[in-house]
Design a protein around this ligand. Structure first.
Ligand SMILES: O=P(O)(O)OC[C@H]1O[C@H](OP(=O)(O)OP(=O)(O)O)[C@H](O)[C@@H]1O
Ligand SMILES: O=c1cc[nH]c(=O)[nH]1
Ligand SMILES: [Mg+2]
Length: 209
């Protein structure tokens, strides 16, 4: 079974509390999401494979550590994934980006695909799927299904909030994809929202309803 890592760094938890607060403005929410995503990125990339390269410092030559392999792929699940993507790219500017356009049908809670674009050689890259919310798990499963269909083999899923129900469902379909999250909340409500949660991440980021 895949692992679930809860990123409980004090700065992450502090920022998350402000994001959950319904009085936080759209601008504040967006800024915090960008800030928190750099901290989450730090954790999700902690064990990346390294190699060395020969460089010259002003004083001497040395074998210095550098990331191994092909550039990472950050796969943003639209729309809300873009809020995490920005901060991740601040930290890893050379990463390639995939966009997976999905919305959750409010009645059926099924994920409906409307867009997909990804870089080539997905099979040779680590793909980190980013979406703030793992609620029923349907969107995360659909995004990973699509990336696997296009060749991705080494995948991690990064979110801000996850529900226990969503984690269980995701693990049952994609048992080898590790999950990273800042919190596992209590449960889902009857409309499929994470409780206590933070509301609709996309709406809070963009000021829509
Ligand atoms: O686990 P699930 O039950 O599938 O719910 C999670 C999905 O819901 C939200 O997206 P939404 O459909 O609201 O689209 P948006 O990002 O465009 O607002 C969120 O960003 C996830 O993609
Ligand atoms: O709580 C939830 C559930 C799905 N999507 C969100 O943005 N929030
Ligand atoms: Mg939304």
């Amino acid at each position: 079974m895949n692992s679930v890592t809860v990123i409980n760094h004090p700065l992450v938890q502090h920022k998350l509390t402000i994001m959950r607060d319904k009085h936080t403005s759209t601008a504040g929410f967006r800024r915090l999401l960008r800030e928190i995503s750099t901290l989450l990125c730090y954790e999700v990339t902690r064990d990346l494979e390294m190699t060395t390269t020969t460089i010259e410092t002003p004083l001497t030559e040395m074998e210095a550590p550098t990331l191994a392999g092909k550039k990472l792929v950050f796969a943003s699940v639209l729309r809300a994934g873009n809020g995490l993507l920005e901060g991740m790219l601040d930290l890893v500017p050379a990463a390639r980006v995939a966009h997976v356009g999905l919305y959750r049908d409010p009645k059926t809670l099924q994920a409906v695909e409307y867009y997909f674009k990804a870089p080539d050689s997905l099979d040779e890259r680590l793909t980190i799927v980013v979406d703030p919310m793992l609620a029923t798990g349907n969107s995360a499963i659909a995004a990973v299904d699509k990336l696997i269909e296009r060749g991705a083999k080494d995948i991690r899923f990064l979110c801000l909030l996850a529900s226990p129900e969503g984690i269980a469902k995701f693990q049952s379909v994609h048992p080898t994809v590790p999950i990273f999250t800042a919190s596992i909340d209590k449960n889902l409500n009857e409309k499929g929202y994470i409780m206590p949660g933070l509301g609709d991440a996309g709406d809070r980021m963009y000021g829509t309803k």
